[in-house]
Design a protein around this ligand. Structure first.
Ligand code: AMP
Ligand code: MG
Length: 499
């Protein structure tokens, strides 16, 4: 931090992506929001920018982050991208409702993109209105924080501003604007567009921009593009592993929603699984289940193959050679995924060492959760309470599970495995497990409550949820109800793409 946090007007903006030139983006001004009200702003995110949260109380803050005013140095742009949507290439997408205001560098030297989402039409809006509804804005605002505090790479958000503008979706809703904050919002699709348009000369400057800004150790190296892509592939694989480990489903893993930095990006119909179904589909519009929970790791790989296809011209001038290099790079996905996911699952069931047979032990536990549709999040917390001694107390978990026979068959093997590595100090194991198995996640019904509250003009539930989700692993007795499974009437909340 600088000696004192800065007022808003002293943030130094530039826009190095805009400096790449007109081939990559269009200059655009945010459209004003009518009667903007700041519903919430996030002091943790302000701290990333060295911004004094006292700014939240100023009229300028609301004006700027509603899209009604610009600050000196901001160079707002909408960027061009394409993408594979549900497996089909769509040639022109681009920021249809997101406007990159610029970047701010903090005293630690980190650069942060500030991007308004829902700030009106851009040249890439096609026939859509450029707006985002309050409902989806609240969901995105909360989700970034929820994942961040679970240790999962993600975009975050500085502010949530509600407006009066009517927005037509299935019904008429109200517009809102969030300010997303991330090191970069560049997507796989930013590269795909130039490959399929045969504008291959545009690939290298964009890749080098990403490398200069975010992979500085690769700057100037002759093989930097291949090494950079290898890192993107591994980051993506590890992100998929992290999503799996907390029961997170993205819902729309199109390549235009895949971050070049391996961040979770574009929160739409996402969800944390309540009752565990390995084939869970969180997006009501995903009829075929392309983006079902258990398909996410495979889709991550496929998306990486699309990125490699688009960047072949960077890998070698001879296409056959380029394909060979790309195939080699793609082979890094599997091991990166497996290594991370097994480490995460192992830790989740309280194991410290890697032993043969662990994958099977873990799979049997997941299978019994799946068969009995046990609550994903709670089950791991309850497993922490199981005694490691043969015939020891396992009631807390046993009482909650339907697949009791499978559990009874599994427990002796689990206990033997714990003892084999000396993990039979139950208190120590429980502490270890509770530090990696969240007690609180952003369940759909909780987000829904915050939305209904926000639609009445109150940010009380947003504030409450953020407080809880900031410490997802801690027991918070005063907030016990927020760890509950959804009540029966909220079990089938359907989340569509409409946003
Ligand atoms: P999404 O499904 O939200 O990832 O968006 C896919 C594409 O549609 C992106 O190019 C978005 O910018 C664009 N888009 C989505 N909603 C809107 C909207 N209301 N107005 C303009 N463009 C939109
Ligand atoms: Mg998107």
């Amino acid at each position: 931090m600088p000696d004192v946090p800065l007022p808003l007007t002293e943030l130094a903006f530039d826009n190095r992506l805009a400096a790449l030139g007109g081939g990559y983006a269009a200059q655009v001004r945010p459209a004003p929001l009518s009667r903007p009200r700041l519903l919430h702003a996030n002091a943790d995110v302000a701290a990333l920018l060295d911004l004094d949260p006292a700014a939240f109380a100023t009229a300028t803050f609301t004006e700027v982050f509603a899209g009604n005013a610009l600050l000196p140095g901001m160079a707002p742009i909408a960027t061009l991208y394409a993408g594979h949507q549900f497996g089909t290439y769509v040639p022109q997408l681009g920021d249809g409702r997101a406007i990159l205001l610029g970047q701010v560098r903090n005293a630690r030297g980190e650069s942060w993109d500030l991007q308004l989402k829902g700030a009106g039409q851009t040249p890439f809006s096609r026939f859509a209105d450029g707006r985002a509804v309050l409902r989806s804005s609240v969901r995105e605002y909360l989700a970034g924080e929820a994942l961040h505090h679970l240790g999962i790479p993600t975009t975050r958000a500085l502010s949530l501003v509600a407006g009066d503008d009517p927005v037509r979706r299935e019904t008429i809703e109200r517009a809102a604007v969030i300010c997303r904050v991330a090191p970069s919002h560049i997507r796989f699709g930013h590269f795909e567009v130039f490959y399929y348009r045969d504008q291959h000369q545009r690939l290298a400057p964009l890749a080098d921009h990403v490398i200069d800004e975010h992979f500085p150790h690769l700057r100037g190296a002759a093989d930097r593009h291949a090494r950079w892509l290898g890192e993107v592939i591994e980051r993506t694989a590890r992100l998929m592993a992290q999503w799996q480990s907390v029961g997170f489903c993205h819902g729309v893993m199109n390549t235009d929603n895949m971050s070049i930095l391996g961040l979770t990006l574009d929160y739409g119909p996402y969800g944390f699984i309540d009752a565990f179904d390995a084939h869970h589909i969180c997006n009501h519009s995903d009829d075929g289940g392309r983006y079902a929970y258990d398909r996410q790791p495979g889709i991550g790989l496929w998306n990486c193959s699309r990125l490699l296809q688009a960047t072949l011209p960077l890998l070698h001038e001879d296409e056959n050679e380029a394909v060979k290099i790309a195939e080699h790079l793609l082979e890094r996905y599997g091991p990166a995924y497996s290594e991370r996911v097994t480490a995460l699952w192992r830790a989740k069931i309280g194991l410290r060492e890697a032993r043969e047979g662990d994958a099977e032990l873990i799979n049997r536990f997941l299978t019994l959760l799946h068969r009995g549709r046990a609550d994903f999040t709670r089950s791991f917390r309850l497993l922490a309470q199981v005694a490691s001694a043969d015939g020891g107390d396992a009631r807390a978990l046993r009482d909650r599970l339907l697949a009791v026979e499978a559990l009874d068959a599994w427990l002796p093997d689990y206990r033997a495995r714990l003892r084999a590595e000396g993990s039979d100090d139950d208190a120590a194991r429980a502490a270890r497990m509770n530090a990696v198995n969240p007690k609180y996640v952003l369940r759909n019904h909780l987000a829904q409550r915050a939305i209904e509250d926000a639609e009445r003009g109150s940010a009380g539930q947003i504030e409450r949820l953020l407080t809880i989700l900031r410490r997802p692993y801690d027991e918070q007795p005063e907030h016990e109800a927020y760890a509950d499974e959804p009540p029966p009437e909220a079990r089938h909340i359907e989340v569509s793409c409409s946003s």
